[in-house]
Design a protein around this ligand. Structure first.
Ligand code: HEC
Ligand code: HEC
Ligand code: HEC
Ligand code: HEC
Length: 443
Protein backbone atom coordinates (compact mmCIF):
# COMPACT_ATOMS: atom_id res chain seq x y z
CA UNK A 1 0.00 0.00 0.00
CA UNK A 2 1.45 3.36 -0.88
CA UNK A 3 1.28 6.35 1.35
CA UNK A 4 -1.43 7.96 -0.73
CA UNK A 5 -3.75 4.94 -0.42
CA UNK A 6 -3.31 4.82 3.37
CA UNK A 7 -4.17 8.49 3.78
CA UNK A 8 -7.14 8.00 1.48
CA UNK A 9 -8.40 5.02 3.54
CA UNK A 10 -7.92 6.82 6.87
CA UNK A 11 -9.82 9.86 5.59
CA UNK A 12 -12.63 7.63 4.33
CA UNK A 13 -12.87 5.72 7.64
CA UNK A 14 -12.91 8.93 9.62
CA UNK A 15 -15.67 10.29 7.41
CA UNK A 16 -17.72 7.09 7.84
CA UNK A 17 -17.26 7.17 11.63
CA UNK A 18 -18.17 10.85 11.77
CA UNK A 19 -21.31 10.23 9.70
CA UNK A 20 -22.29 7.29 11.91
CA UNK A 21 -21.79 9.31 15.10
CA UNK A 22 -23.84 12.18 13.66
CA UNK A 23 -26.60 9.84 12.54
CA UNK A 24 -26.68 7.91 15.81
CA UNK A 25 -26.70 11.02 17.95
CA UNK A 26 -29.57 12.36 15.84
CA UNK A 27 -31.63 9.21 16.39
CA UNK A 28 -30.73 9.09 20.08
CA UNK A 29 -31.55 12.72 20.46
CA UNK A 30 -34.89 12.14 18.75
CA UNK A 31 -35.60 9.15 20.97
CA UNK A 32 -34.70 11.02 24.09
CA UNK A 33 -37.04 13.82 23.10
CA UNK A 34 -39.78 11.35 22.41
CA UNK A 35 -39.45 9.44 25.67
CA UNK A 36 -38.99 12.39 27.94
CA UNK A 37 -41.93 14.05 26.27
CA UNK A 38 -40.59 17.58 26.13
CA UNK A 39 -43.91 18.91 24.81
CA UNK A 40 -42.77 22.37 23.86
CA UNK A 41 -40.33 20.86 21.37
CA UNK A 42 -42.81 18.27 20.09
CA UNK A 43 -45.56 20.76 19.37
CA UNK A 44 -48.97 21.13 20.95
CA UNK A 45 -50.79 18.28 22.70
CA UNK A 46 -53.42 16.49 20.66
CA UNK A 47 -56.45 14.35 21.39
CA UNK A 48 -54.22 11.26 21.24
CA UNK A 49 -52.46 12.49 24.40
CA UNK A 50 -55.74 12.38 26.36
CA UNK A 51 -56.47 9.30 28.45
CA UNK A 52 -60.19 8.80 27.98
CA UNK A 53 -61.95 7.23 30.94
CA UNK A 54 -65.09 5.18 31.16
CA UNK A 55 -66.60 5.79 34.58
CA UNK A 56 -69.96 5.50 36.33
CA UNK A 57 -71.81 8.78 36.46
CA UNK A 58 -72.04 10.06 40.04
CA UNK A 59 -75.47 10.33 41.69
CA UNK A 60 -77.36 13.46 40.62
CA UNK A 61 -77.80 16.05 43.32
CA UNK A 62 -80.00 18.41 41.26
CA UNK A 63 -83.74 18.32 41.87
CA UNK A 64 -84.39 17.48 38.21
CA UNK A 65 -81.93 14.59 38.01
CA UNK A 66 -79.18 16.32 36.02
CA UNK A 67 -75.69 15.39 37.20
CA UNK A 68 -74.22 18.83 37.80
CA UNK A 69 -70.68 20.20 37.74
CA UNK A 70 -70.27 19.78 41.51
CA UNK A 71 -71.29 16.11 41.21
CA UNK A 72 -68.63 15.56 38.53
CA UNK A 73 -65.92 17.39 40.46
CA UNK A 74 -64.59 14.33 42.27
CA UNK A 75 -64.29 12.40 38.97
CA UNK A 76 -63.01 15.17 36.68
CA UNK A 77 -61.65 17.82 39.05
CA UNK A 78 -59.61 19.65 36.40
CA UNK A 79 -62.40 19.79 33.85
CA UNK A 80 -64.93 20.97 36.43
CA UNK A 81 -62.49 23.61 37.68
CA UNK A 82 -61.70 24.84 34.17
CA UNK A 83 -65.41 25.21 33.44
CA UNK A 84 -65.88 27.32 36.58
CA UNK A 85 -63.08 29.58 35.29
CA UNK A 86 -65.51 30.88 32.65
CA UNK A 87 -66.53 33.31 35.38
CA UNK A 88 -63.21 35.10 34.74
CA UNK A 89 -64.46 36.18 31.31
CA UNK A 90 -66.69 38.83 32.84
CA UNK A 91 -66.43 41.98 30.77
CA UNK A 92 -69.40 43.37 28.85
CA UNK A 93 -69.28 45.96 26.08
CA UNK A 94 -72.46 48.01 25.75
CA UNK A 95 -73.17 47.79 22.01
CA UNK A 96 -75.77 50.56 22.14
CA UNK A 97 -73.14 53.03 23.37
CA UNK A 98 -70.46 51.68 21.04
CA UNK A 99 -72.71 51.77 17.94
CA UNK A 100 -75.45 54.35 18.61
CA UNK A 101 -77.18 53.73 15.24
CA UNK A 102 -78.41 50.39 16.68
CA UNK A 103 -80.94 52.16 18.91
CA UNK A 104 -82.58 53.50 15.76
CA UNK A 105 -82.42 50.17 13.89
CA UNK A 106 -83.95 48.14 16.71
CA UNK A 107 -86.66 50.73 17.45
CA UNK A 108 -89.69 49.01 18.93
CA UNK A 109 -87.74 45.93 20.03
CA UNK A 110 -86.08 45.00 23.32
CA UNK A 111 -82.57 45.23 21.86
CA UNK A 112 -82.97 49.01 21.53
CA UNK A 113 -83.10 49.14 25.33
CA UNK A 114 -80.44 46.68 26.37
CA UNK A 115 -77.80 45.03 24.22
CA UNK A 116 -74.42 44.13 25.63
CA UNK A 117 -71.70 41.79 24.37
CA UNK A 118 -71.55 38.18 25.47
CA UNK A 119 -69.35 36.99 28.32
CA UNK A 120 -68.45 33.65 29.92
CA UNK A 121 -70.82 30.69 30.27
CA UNK A 122 -70.99 31.02 34.03
CA UNK A 123 -73.08 34.19 33.55
CA UNK A 124 -75.77 32.88 31.19
CA UNK A 125 -78.35 32.35 33.90
CA UNK A 126 -77.66 35.56 35.86
CA UNK A 127 -77.57 37.66 32.68
CA UNK A 128 -80.92 36.40 31.37
CA UNK A 129 -82.43 37.17 34.77
CA UNK A 130 -81.06 40.73 34.65
CA UNK A 131 -81.68 41.83 31.06
CA UNK A 132 -84.04 44.73 30.53
CA UNK A 133 -85.42 43.06 27.42
CA UNK A 134 -88.87 41.68 28.22
CA UNK A 135 -89.14 37.88 28.40
CA UNK A 136 -92.71 36.77 28.89
CA UNK A 137 -92.07 33.08 28.37
CA UNK A 138 -89.67 30.42 29.56
CA UNK A 139 -88.28 29.89 26.04
CA UNK A 140 -85.64 32.58 26.77
CA UNK A 141 -84.00 30.04 29.08
CA UNK A 142 -83.28 27.63 26.22
CA UNK A 143 -79.65 28.61 25.77
CA UNK A 144 -78.75 29.39 29.34
CA UNK A 145 -79.05 26.31 31.51
CA UNK A 146 -79.08 22.50 31.39
CA UNK A 147 -82.08 22.51 33.71
CA UNK A 148 -84.27 24.01 31.00
CA UNK A 149 -83.10 21.46 28.41
CA UNK A 150 -83.99 18.78 30.96
CA UNK A 151 -87.39 20.38 31.58
CA UNK A 152 -88.16 20.20 27.84
CA UNK A 153 -86.87 16.63 27.69
CA UNK A 154 -89.15 15.71 30.62
CA UNK A 155 -92.28 17.79 29.95
CA UNK A 156 -92.18 18.21 26.17
CA UNK A 157 -92.64 21.42 24.16
CA UNK A 158 -95.22 22.84 26.56
CA UNK A 159 -92.26 23.81 28.76
CA UNK A 160 -91.45 26.67 26.34
CA UNK A 161 -94.74 28.35 27.26
CA UNK A 162 -94.32 28.17 31.04
CA UNK A 163 -94.03 31.67 32.43
CA UNK A 164 -90.47 32.89 32.71
CA UNK A 165 -90.62 33.35 36.48
CA UNK A 166 -92.19 29.95 37.07
CA UNK A 167 -89.46 28.19 35.07
CA UNK A 168 -86.65 30.39 36.40
CA UNK A 169 -87.36 29.17 39.93
CA UNK A 170 -86.51 25.65 38.86
CA UNK A 171 -83.20 26.54 37.19
CA UNK A 172 -80.12 25.60 39.18
CA UNK A 173 -76.97 25.95 37.03
CA UNK A 174 -75.66 27.96 34.09
CA UNK A 175 -74.42 26.03 30.97
CA UNK A 176 -72.93 22.83 32.40
CA UNK A 177 -71.93 19.21 31.88
CA UNK A 178 -75.47 17.99 31.09
CA UNK A 179 -75.75 20.60 28.30
CA UNK A 180 -73.09 18.91 26.14
CA UNK A 181 -72.74 15.43 27.64
CA UNK A 182 -76.13 14.52 29.10
CA UNK A 183 -75.59 12.67 32.36
CA UNK A 184 -72.75 10.70 30.88
CA UNK A 185 -69.73 13.01 30.75
CA UNK A 186 -67.52 10.19 32.01
CA UNK A 187 -68.20 7.91 29.11
CA UNK A 188 -65.08 8.87 27.15
CA UNK A 189 -66.37 12.44 27.18
CA UNK A 190 -68.84 11.53 24.48
CA UNK A 191 -70.95 14.47 23.32
CA UNK A 192 -74.73 14.22 23.72
CA UNK A 193 -77.02 16.78 22.11
CA UNK A 194 -79.55 17.51 24.87
CA UNK A 195 -81.41 20.36 23.15
CA UNK A 196 -84.20 18.48 21.40
CA UNK A 197 -84.81 21.04 18.62
CA UNK A 198 -81.37 20.35 17.11
CA UNK A 199 -82.27 16.80 16.16
CA UNK A 200 -85.82 17.83 15.30
CA UNK A 201 -84.59 20.45 12.81
CA UNK A 202 -81.60 18.62 11.35
CA UNK A 203 -82.72 14.99 11.62
CA UNK A 204 -80.15 12.65 10.11
CA UNK A 205 -78.22 15.67 8.77
CA UNK A 206 -77.03 16.33 12.34
CA UNK A 207 -74.56 13.52 11.79
CA UNK A 208 -72.74 15.49 9.10
CA UNK A 209 -71.61 18.00 11.74
CA UNK A 210 -68.81 17.15 14.17
CA UNK A 211 -70.19 16.73 17.73
CA UNK A 212 -67.46 19.10 18.98
CA UNK A 213 -69.09 21.76 16.80
CA UNK A 214 -72.73 20.75 17.14
CA UNK A 215 -72.53 20.79 20.94
CA UNK A 216 -71.84 24.55 20.66
CA UNK A 217 -74.38 24.78 17.84
CA UNK A 218 -77.11 23.98 20.35
CA UNK A 219 -76.95 27.68 21.21
CA UNK A 220 -74.45 29.57 19.02
CA UNK A 221 -76.90 29.68 16.12
CA UNK A 222 -79.72 31.62 14.52
CA UNK A 223 -83.05 30.41 15.91
CA UNK A 224 -86.68 31.44 16.16
CA UNK A 225 -89.70 30.62 18.29
CA UNK A 226 -92.38 28.66 16.44
CA UNK A 227 -95.73 30.42 16.19
CA UNK A 228 -97.68 27.35 17.31
CA UNK A 229 -95.73 26.27 20.39
CA UNK A 230 -93.22 29.08 21.08
CA UNK A 231 -90.70 26.26 20.73
CA UNK A 232 -87.09 27.21 20.05
CA UNK A 233 -86.27 26.05 16.50
CA UNK A 234 -83.53 26.23 13.90
CA UNK A 235 -84.68 27.75 10.58
CA UNK A 236 -83.09 25.05 8.38
CA UNK A 237 -82.75 21.31 8.05
CA UNK A 238 -79.25 20.89 6.64
CA UNK A 239 -75.84 22.53 6.41
CA UNK A 240 -76.59 23.75 2.88
CA UNK A 241 -79.64 25.63 4.13
CA UNK A 242 -77.65 27.56 6.78
CA UNK A 243 -76.88 30.56 4.56
CA UNK A 244 -78.46 33.96 5.33
CA UNK A 245 -80.11 33.86 1.89
CA UNK A 246 -81.72 30.45 2.49
CA UNK A 247 -82.77 31.35 6.04
CA UNK A 248 -84.44 34.55 4.82
CA UNK A 249 -86.27 32.56 2.15
CA UNK A 250 -87.39 30.14 4.86
CA UNK A 251 -88.70 32.93 7.10
CA UNK A 252 -90.50 34.46 4.11
CA UNK A 253 -92.16 31.10 3.43
CA UNK A 254 -93.58 30.33 6.88
CA UNK A 255 -96.65 31.78 8.59
CA UNK A 256 -96.40 34.61 11.09
CA UNK A 257 -98.60 35.07 14.14
CA UNK A 258 -101.24 36.84 12.05
CA UNK A 259 -101.62 33.71 9.94
CA UNK A 260 -99.98 35.34 6.90
CA UNK A 261 -96.82 34.30 5.10
CA UNK A 262 -93.63 35.97 6.25
CA UNK A 263 -92.34 35.31 9.76
CA UNK A 264 -91.33 38.37 11.74
CA UNK A 265 -89.90 39.07 15.19
CA UNK A 266 -91.46 42.51 15.53
CA UNK A 267 -93.33 45.18 13.61
CA UNK A 268 -91.41 48.41 13.75
CA UNK A 269 -93.67 51.29 14.86
CA UNK A 270 -92.24 54.11 12.74
CA UNK A 271 -91.79 52.16 9.49
CA UNK A 272 -94.48 49.48 9.80
CA UNK A 273 -91.90 46.98 8.49
CA UNK A 274 -92.04 43.32 9.51
CA UNK A 275 -88.60 42.89 10.99
CA UNK A 276 -86.31 39.96 11.67
CA UNK A 277 -83.76 39.92 14.47
CA UNK A 278 -80.80 37.67 13.79
CA UNK A 279 -79.15 35.95 16.74
CA UNK A 280 -75.47 34.99 17.09
CA UNK A 281 -75.12 32.63 14.02
CA UNK A 282 -71.63 31.38 14.91
CA UNK A 283 -72.15 27.80 13.79
CA UNK A 284 -73.72 28.76 10.45
CA UNK A 285 -70.95 31.27 9.77
CA UNK A 286 -68.21 28.91 10.86
CA UNK A 287 -69.43 25.87 8.93
CA UNK A 288 -69.26 27.64 5.56
CA UNK A 289 -65.79 29.00 6.33
CA UNK A 290 -62.27 27.83 5.60
CA UNK A 291 -61.44 26.00 8.83
CA UNK A 292 -64.58 23.88 8.85
CA UNK A 293 -63.71 22.75 5.33
CA UNK A 294 -60.45 21.45 6.78
CA UNK A 295 -62.27 19.40 9.38
CA UNK A 296 -61.65 21.65 12.39
CA UNK A 297 -64.27 21.94 15.14
CA UNK A 298 -65.14 24.72 17.60
CA UNK A 299 -63.25 22.86 20.32
CA UNK A 300 -60.03 23.01 18.25
CA UNK A 301 -59.82 26.78 18.68
CA UNK A 302 -61.79 27.39 21.87
CA UNK A 303 -60.87 24.48 24.15
CA UNK A 304 -57.10 24.09 24.55
CA UNK A 305 -55.69 20.65 25.35
CA UNK A 306 -53.62 21.16 28.48
CA UNK A 307 -51.54 19.09 30.89
CA UNK A 308 -51.49 19.26 34.69
CA UNK A 309 -48.38 18.62 36.76
CA UNK A 310 -49.65 15.14 37.66
CA UNK A 311 -49.66 14.32 33.94
CA UNK A 312 -53.43 14.51 33.33
CA UNK A 313 -54.13 15.74 29.80
CA UNK A 314 -57.60 17.11 29.01
CA UNK A 315 -59.61 19.67 27.06
CA UNK A 316 -59.82 22.81 29.15
CA UNK A 317 -63.48 23.77 29.47
CA UNK A 318 -62.50 27.41 29.94
CA UNK A 319 -63.93 28.67 26.67
CA UNK A 320 -62.74 32.08 25.53
CA UNK A 321 -61.05 33.87 22.63
CA UNK A 322 -58.18 31.81 21.16
CA UNK A 323 -56.18 35.02 20.95
CA UNK A 324 -55.93 35.13 24.75
CA UNK A 325 -54.52 31.62 25.06
CA UNK A 326 -50.92 30.72 24.25
CA UNK A 327 -51.68 27.00 24.00
CA UNK A 328 -54.33 27.63 21.37
CA UNK A 329 -52.16 30.14 19.53
CA UNK A 330 -49.42 27.50 19.35
CA UNK A 331 -51.82 25.26 17.38
CA UNK A 332 -52.27 27.87 14.62
CA UNK A 333 -48.58 27.55 13.74
CA UNK A 334 -48.94 24.23 11.94
CA UNK A 335 -50.87 25.97 9.16
CA UNK A 336 -50.21 29.69 9.61
CA UNK A 337 -46.48 29.40 10.23
CA UNK A 338 -44.95 32.33 12.07
CA UNK A 339 -47.76 34.78 11.26
CA UNK A 340 -48.58 36.98 14.26
CA UNK A 341 -52.12 35.63 14.69
CA UNK A 342 -53.29 38.31 17.10
CA UNK A 343 -52.30 41.03 14.67
CA UNK A 344 -53.70 39.14 11.68
CA UNK A 345 -57.10 38.57 13.32
CA UNK A 346 -57.34 42.12 14.65
CA UNK A 347 -56.57 43.57 11.22
CA UNK A 348 -59.27 41.44 9.65
CA UNK A 349 -61.77 42.39 12.38
CA UNK A 350 -60.95 46.10 12.03
CA UNK A 351 -61.69 45.89 8.32
CA UNK A 352 -65.04 44.14 8.90
CA UNK A 353 -66.02 46.38 11.80
CA UNK A 354 -65.33 49.56 9.82
CA UNK A 355 -67.60 48.25 7.07
CA UNK A 356 -70.27 47.40 9.68
CA UNK A 357 -70.25 50.95 10.98
CA UNK A 358 -70.54 52.31 7.44
CA UNK A 359 -73.47 50.03 6.51
CA UNK A 360 -75.13 50.39 9.94
CA UNK A 361 -75.25 54.17 9.52
CA UNK A 362 -76.53 53.89 5.94
CA UNK A 363 -79.23 51.49 7.10
CA UNK A 364 -80.19 53.92 9.84
CA UNK A 365 -80.55 56.71 7.25
CA UNK A 366 -82.64 54.40 5.04
CA UNK A 367 -84.89 53.67 8.02
CA UNK A 368 -85.37 57.39 8.67
CA UNK A 369 -86.23 57.95 5.00
CA UNK A 370 -88.79 55.14 5.11
CA UNK A 371 -90.29 56.40 8.38
CA UNK A 372 -90.68 59.88 6.84
CA UNK A 373 -92.38 58.39 3.77
CA UNK A 374 -94.76 56.39 5.99
CA UNK A 375 -95.59 59.53 7.96
CA UNK A 376 -96.20 61.51 4.77
CA UNK A 377 -98.56 58.78 3.54
CA UNK A 378 -100.43 58.76 6.85
CA UNK A 379 -100.84 62.53 6.68
CA UNK A 380 -102.00 62.30 3.07
CA UNK A 381 -99.22 64.67 2.03
CA UNK A 382 -99.09 65.55 -1.67
CA UNK A 383 -96.96 63.08 -3.67
CA UNK A 384 -96.91 60.59 -0.80
CA UNK A 385 -96.20 56.93 -1.59
CA UNK A 386 -99.03 54.43 -1.95
CA UNK A 387 -99.27 51.50 0.46
CA UNK A 388 -97.99 49.14 -2.27
CA UNK A 389 -95.02 51.38 -2.95
CA UNK A 390 -94.28 51.55 0.76
CA UNK A 391 -94.51 47.77 1.08
CA UNK A 392 -91.93 47.30 -1.65
CA UNK A 393 -89.57 49.60 0.26
CA UNK A 394 -90.39 47.92 3.59
CA UNK A 395 -89.43 44.58 2.05
CA UNK A 396 -86.02 45.95 1.01
CA UNK A 397 -85.56 47.42 4.47
CA UNK A 398 -86.47 44.11 6.19
CA UNK A 399 -83.96 42.32 3.97
CA UNK A 400 -81.19 44.90 4.33
CA UNK A 401 -81.53 44.81 8.12
CA UNK A 402 -81.48 40.98 8.05
CA UNK A 403 -78.20 40.80 6.13
CA UNK A 404 -76.63 43.58 8.18
CA UNK A 405 -77.72 41.91 11.42
CA UNK A 406 -76.58 38.44 10.38
CA UNK A 407 -73.07 39.82 10.22
CA UNK A 408 -73.29 42.29 13.11
CA UNK A 409 -74.49 39.82 15.73
CA UNK A 410 -71.95 37.13 14.86
CA UNK A 411 -69.51 37.24 17.74
CA UNK A 412 -66.20 36.66 15.92
CA UNK A 413 -66.44 39.99 14.01
CA UNK A 414 -65.44 38.36 10.75
CA UNK A 415 -62.74 36.03 12.10
CA UNK A 416 -64.82 32.88 11.52
CA UNK A 417 -65.63 33.69 7.91
CA UNK A 418 -64.69 37.07 6.48
CA UNK A 419 -66.08 36.23 3.05
CA UNK A 420 -69.54 35.62 4.45
CA UNK A 421 -69.34 38.76 6.60
CA UNK A 422 -68.43 40.78 3.52
CA UNK A 423 -71.16 39.16 1.44
CA UNK A 424 -73.77 40.04 4.08
CA UNK A 425 -72.66 43.67 4.27
CA UNK A 426 -72.45 44.02 0.46
CA UNK A 427 -75.95 42.58 0.09
CA UNK A 428 -77.30 44.94 2.75
CA UNK A 429 -75.64 47.86 0.97
CA UNK A 430 -77.23 46.95 -2.38
CA UNK A 431 -80.68 46.66 -0.81
CA UNK A 432 -80.25 49.99 0.96
CA UNK A 433 -79.29 51.62 -2.36
CA UNK A 434 -82.35 50.11 -4.09
CA UNK A 435 -84.60 51.29 -1.26
CA UNK A 436 -83.15 54.80 -1.22
CA UNK A 437 -83.66 55.00 -5.00
CA UNK A 438 -87.34 54.10 -4.54
CA UNK A 439 -87.61 56.76 -1.85
CA UNK A 440 -85.96 59.22 -4.21
CA UNK A 441 -83.23 60.00 -1.68
CA UNK A 442 -79.65 60.56 -2.71
CA UNK A 443 -77.56 57.75 -1.14
C1 HEC B 1 -76.60 26.15 26.37
C2 HEC B 1 -76.19 27.12 25.38
C3 HEC B 1 -74.73 27.24 25.00
C4 HEC B 1 -73.87 26.24 24.59
C5 HEC B 1 -74.17 24.78 24.39
C6 HEC B 1 -72.61 26.88 24.32
N1 HEC B 1 -72.70 28.22 24.57
FE1 HEC B 1 -71.23 29.59 24.43
N2 HEC B 1 -72.43 31.02 25.23
C7 HEC B 1 -73.79 30.87 25.45
C8 HEC B 1 -74.34 32.14 25.95
C9 HEC B 1 -75.80 32.41 26.28
C10 HEC B 1 -73.24 33.03 26.06
C11 HEC B 1 -73.29 34.48 26.56
C12 HEC B 1 -73.35 34.49 28.06
C13 HEC B 1 -73.58 35.85 28.70
O1 HEC B 1 -73.12 36.86 28.16
O2 HEC B 1 -74.23 35.88 29.75
C14 HEC B 1 -72.06 32.28 25.61
C15 HEC B 1 -70.77 32.79 25.58
C16 HEC B 1 -69.69 32.17 24.92
C17 HEC B 1 -68.38 32.74 24.75
C18 HEC B 1 -67.90 34.07 25.31
C19 HEC B 1 -68.18 35.16 24.37
C20 HEC B 1 -67.52 36.47 24.72
O3 HEC B 1 -67.75 37.41 23.94
O4 HEC B 1 -66.79 36.57 25.71
C21 HEC B 1 -67.65 31.87 23.98
C22 HEC B 1 -66.23 32.04 23.47
C23 HEC B 1 -68.50 30.72 23.73
N3 HEC B 1 -69.73 30.93 24.33
C24 HEC B 1 -68.13 29.63 22.97
C25 HEC B 1 -68.80 28.40 23.01
C26 HEC B 1 -68.27 27.15 22.49
C27 HEC B 1 -66.96 27.00 21.76
C28 HEC B 1 -69.21 26.20 22.77
C29 HEC B 1 -69.10 24.70 22.52
C30 HEC B 1 -67.97 24.01 23.09
C31 HEC B 1 -70.31 26.84 23.44
N4 HEC B 1 -70.02 28.18 23.58
C32 HEC B 1 -71.49 26.22 23.86
C33 HEC B 1 -74.53 29.73 25.27
C34 HEC B 1 -74.00 28.48 24.98
C1 HEC C 1 -59.86 28.35 13.51
C2 HEC C 1 -60.18 28.71 14.84
C3 HEC C 1 -61.63 28.88 15.27
C4 HEC C 1 -62.62 27.93 15.23
C5 HEC C 1 -62.52 26.51 14.73
C6 HEC C 1 -63.78 28.55 15.82
N1 HEC C 1 -63.48 29.81 16.24
FE1 HEC C 1 -64.66 31.03 17.33
N2 HEC C 1 -63.27 32.49 17.22
C7 HEC C 1 -62.04 32.37 16.61
C8 HEC C 1 -61.38 33.66 16.62
C9 HEC C 1 -59.99 33.96 16.05
C10 HEC C 1 -62.26 34.57 17.26
C11 HEC C 1 -62.06 36.07 17.54
C12 HEC C 1 -61.53 36.23 18.92
C13 HEC C 1 -61.35 37.63 19.37
O1 HEC C 1 -61.96 38.55 18.83
O2 HEC C 1 -60.60 37.83 20.34
C14 HEC C 1 -63.43 33.79 17.64
C15 HEC C 1 -64.49 34.30 18.35
C16 HEC C 1 -65.57 33.54 18.81
C17 HEC C 1 -66.60 34.03 19.71
C18 HEC C 1 -66.59 35.40 20.37
C19 HEC C 1 -65.61 35.34 21.52
C20 HEC C 1 -65.01 36.63 21.92
O3 HEC C 1 -64.21 36.60 22.90
O4 HEC C 1 -65.26 37.66 21.32
C21 HEC C 1 -67.49 33.00 19.91
C22 HEC C 1 -68.73 33.04 20.76
C23 HEC C 1 -67.02 31.89 19.10
N3 HEC C 1 -65.85 32.25 18.46
C24 HEC C 1 -67.67 30.68 19.00
C25 HEC C 1 -67.27 29.67 18.12
C26 HEC C 1 -68.08 28.52 17.80
C27 HEC C 1 -69.43 28.22 18.39
C28 HEC C 1 -67.36 27.77 16.91
C29 HEC C 1 -67.80 26.55 16.17
C30 HEC C 1 -69.07 26.65 15.46
C31 HEC C 1 -66.08 28.43 16.70
N4 HEC C 1 -66.08 29.60 17.42
C32 HEC C 1 -65.03 27.95 15.93
C33 HEC C 1 -61.49 31.22 16.09
C34 HEC C 1 -62.18 30.05 15.89
C1 HEC D 1 -70.38 23.63 26.09
C2 HEC D 1 -70.25 22.20 25.96
C3 HEC D 1 -69.58 21.42 27.06
C4 HEC D 1 -69.79 21.49 28.41
C5 HEC D 1 -70.71 22.45 29.14
C6 HEC D 1 -68.98 20.48 29.01
N1 HEC D 1 -68.27 19.81 28.04
FE1 HEC D 1 -66.97 18.27 28.34
N2 HEC D 1 -66.44 18.35 26.37
C7 HEC D 1 -67.00 19.18 25.43
C8 HEC D 1 -66.28 19.07 24.19
C9 HEC D 1 -66.57 19.83 22.91
C10 HEC D 1 -65.23 18.15 24.44
C11 HEC D 1 -64.11 17.77 23.49
C12 HEC D 1 -64.52 16.81 22.46
C13 HEC D 1 -63.40 16.70 21.42
O1 HEC D 1 -63.36 17.57 20.55
O2 HEC D 1 -62.60 15.79 21.51
C14 HEC D 1 -65.41 17.68 25.80
C15 HEC D 1 -64.61 16.68 26.41
C16 HEC D 1 -64.87 16.16 27.67
C17 HEC D 1 -64.26 14.97 28.21
C18 HEC D 1 -63.29 14.03 27.50
C19 HEC D 1 -61.87 14.29 27.86
C20 HEC D 1 -61.31 15.52 27.20
O3 HEC D 1 -60.69 16.32 27.92
O4 HEC D 1 -61.49 15.71 25.98
C21 HEC D 1 -64.76 14.81 29.48
C22 HEC D 1 -64.42 13.72 30.46
C23 HEC D 1 -65.68 15.90 29.72
N3 HEC D 1 -65.74 16.71 28.60
C24 HEC D 1 -66.35 16.11 30.91
C25 HEC D 1 -67.11 17.22 31.18
C26 HEC D 1 -67.62 17.59 32.49
C27 HEC D 1 -67.41 16.77 33.74
C28 HEC D 1 -68.31 18.75 32.36
C29 HEC D 1 -68.93 19.61 33.43
C30 HEC D 1 -68.05 20.00 34.53
C31 HEC D 1 -68.26 19.12 30.95
N4 HEC D 1 -67.51 18.19 30.28
C32 HEC D 1 -68.91 20.22 30.38
C33 HEC D 1 -68.09 20.01 25.61
C34 HEC D 1 -68.61 20.37 26.84
C1 HEC E 1 -55.40 22.98 9.73
C2 HEC E 1 -54.83 24.24 9.31
C3 HEC E 1 -55.21 25.48 10.09
C4 HEC E 1 -55.13 25.69 11.45
C5 HEC E 1 -54.71 24.72 12.54
C6 HEC E 1 -55.55 27.05 11.67
N1 HEC E 1 -55.87 27.66 10.47
FE1 HEC E 1 -56.56 29.54 10.20
N2 HEC E 1 -56.68 29.25 8.20
C7 HEC E 1 -56.24 28.12 7.54
C8 HEC E 1 -56.41 28.32 6.11
C9 HEC E 1 -56.03 27.33 5.00
C10 HEC E 1 -56.98 29.59 5.94
C11 HEC E 1 -57.34 30.28 4.63
C12 HEC E 1 -56.18 31.08 4.16
C13 HEC E 1 -56.49 31.90 2.95
O1 HEC E 1 -57.55 31.76 2.37
O2 HEC E 1 -55.65 32.73 2.63
C14 HEC E 1 -57.12 30.15 7.27
C15 HEC E 1 -57.65 31.41 7.53
C16 HEC E 1 -57.74 31.97 8.78
C17 HEC E 1 -58.38 33.23 9.07
C18 HEC E 1 -59.10 34.11 8.06
C19 HEC E 1 -60.49 33.53 7.91
C20 HEC E 1 -61.35 34.26 6.97
O3 HEC E 1 -62.49 33.81 6.76
O4 HEC E 1 -60.93 35.28 6.41
C21 HEC E 1 -58.29 33.43 10.42
C22 HEC E 1 -58.83 34.60 11.18
C23 HEC E 1 -57.59 32.31 10.98
N3 HEC E 1 -57.27 31.44 9.96
C24 HEC E 1 -57.30 32.16 12.31
C25 HEC E 1 -56.75 31.01 12.87
C26 HEC E 1 -56.41 30.87 14.26
C27 HEC E 1 -56.56 31.97 15.29
C28 HEC E 1 -55.90 29.62 14.42
C29 HEC E 1 -55.41 28.97 15.68
C30 HEC E 1 -56.24 29.12 16.88
C31 HEC E 1 -55.97 28.97 13.12
N4 HEC E 1 -56.45 29.84 12.21
C32 HEC E 1 -55.59 27.66 12.91
C33 HEC E 1 -55.76 26.97 8.13
C34 HEC E 1 -55.65 26.74 9.48
Amino acid sequence: MDKKTIIWKVVCSLLIIAAAVLLLSGVLNGNTMYHLGNRSELGPLTRSDIQYLTVEAPAASSKDGTVNAADWESVFPYIAKSMKANAENDKVVDYLTQDPYLVNLYEGYGFARDYGSARGHEFCLTDVGKTERPHPMANCLTCKTPNFAKLVNDDGVQAYKYTFDEAMERMEESVSCYTCHGNDAGNKGQITITHSYVNKALGANAESISPSTLSCGQCHIEYYFTVADAETMMPYDSMEAMTPEAILAYYDSIQNKDGELGFYDWIQPSTGAHMLKAQHPEMETYLSGKHAAMGMSCADCHMPIVQEEDGTVYHSHFIDSPLKDDTLLSTCVQCHGDTDMVEMVHKLQDRITARETEIGNKLSAFKDGLADAVKAAEEGAPGAKTEDELNAIRKLYREAQWFFDFDYVENAEGAHNSELATRCLDTAERKIADGMALLGIEN
